[in-house]
Design a protein around this ligand. Structure first.
Ligand SMILES: NC(=O)c1ccc[n+]([C@@H]2O[C@H](COP(=O)([O-])OP(=O)(O)OC[C@H]3O[C@@H](n4cnc5c(N)ncnc54)[C@H](OP(=O)(O)O)[C@@H]3O)[C@@H](O)[C@H]2O)c1
Length: 272
């Protein structure tokens, strides 16, 4: 590992492009990431991703605020480095990224899974709450993915994954700003993918439906809900296949297409 002008550079083995599902456009990708960083790793989908990657033999950097939960994750086994960090502290990201990449001995994959989705009442217009979501879900993603983009571009290999949501696809009454943050993430990740394609770097947008985590706790019975380990398996499969955008599970792609066809005057009346 050497550094040049503050930018980490790394040597690593060639990636293995593999086939993809028909609905996704394949990209060059790392078939089996050996070194990964997961942001938002202390619970839910992020924690399940860390466990799945570690079980596959990868060295994983696990980042979130709750250090106790991260410690439990690393105590469960595998090569897991933990860092307590608040993604709103974007100024701390370059140094933390560099430190983790050094300790991991390089980097193949960065997954940004952190997000906030506080309960919002139908008649609530709370700017403080809304801007907090913007800072974590969008600001945090930009700070970490920008850092990974520069590094992967320099080594001409790597994979960035952002966990978006089906909530990005339409403006829903229930979560105006959460959905807007995910739509912004979709747009940003698409632009990164287009920018980095010439540098042999892949960018995957994951759009989960409902997953049983802290985020959905107390929401009652939700359709097609899956467990966090099941979501993690599907996400890592999308990574191996080099998917550009992947609905998790895949059936949400059909739901998304159907909802996209609903005209505005009808969507307005739906209680979603
Ligand atoms: N669950 C679902 O049904 C569902 C559906 C669609 C999309 N998603 C997306 O999936 C991703 C994972 O969510 P989840 O369901 O697994 O929820 P979760 O269990 O609440 O996990 C959220 C993660 O984000 C981290 N986080 C939140 N604020 C942070 C901050 N300021 N700094 C650093 N880390 C922060 C949390 O860690 P700390 O609190 O320890 O910092 C936690 O690790 C999110 O992007 C979410 O939007 C979830």
């Amino acid at each position: 590992m050497i550094t040049s002008g503050g930018l980490l550079r790394a040597d690593s083995p060639p990636h293995l492009p593999i086939s993809d599902l028909a609905m996704d456009t394949p990209q060059p990708t790392t078939a089996s990431p050996r070194r990964a960083i997961v942001i938002g790793a202390s619970s839910g989908i992020g924690a399940a991703l860390v466990e799945a990657l570690a079980a596959e033999g990868a060295s994983v950097g696990a980042v979130a605020r709750r250090a106790g939960l991260l410690d439990e994750l690393s105590a469960a086994g595998g090569h897991i480095l933990t860092r307590s960090h608040d993604v709103r502290d974007s100024a701390a990201v370059p140094e933390l990224f560099e430190e983790l990449v050094r300790e991991l001995g390089g980097l193949d994959l960065l997954i940004f899974a952190a997000a906030l989705m506080p309960a919002v009442e139908r008649d609530e217009y709370n700017t403080e709450k809304d801007l907090a979501m913007l800072a974590v879900n969008v600001g945090g993603a930009i700070a970490w993915c920008n850092e990974a983009a520069g590094f992967f571009k320099s080594q001409r290999r790597g994979h960035i994954v952002g966990i978006s949501s089906i909530a990005a696809d339409r403006g829903r009454k229930g979560a105006p700003v959460y959905g807007a943050t995910k739509a912004a993430l979709d747009h940003y990740l698409e632009a990164l993918r287009n920018r980095l394609s010439e540098a042999n770097v892949s960018v995957t947008t994951i759009k989960p439906g409902f997953v049983a985590t802290d985020m959905t706790a107390g929401m009652g019975k939700l359709p097609f809900i899956i467990s966090a380990p099941s979501a993690a398996r599907r996400i890592l499969s999308a990574v191996r296949q080099g998917a550009e955008t992947r609905y998790v599970p895949l059936r949400w792609w059909l739901v998304g297409r159907a909802l996209g066809l609903v005209p505005s005057f009808i969507f307005k009346r739906l209680n979603v």
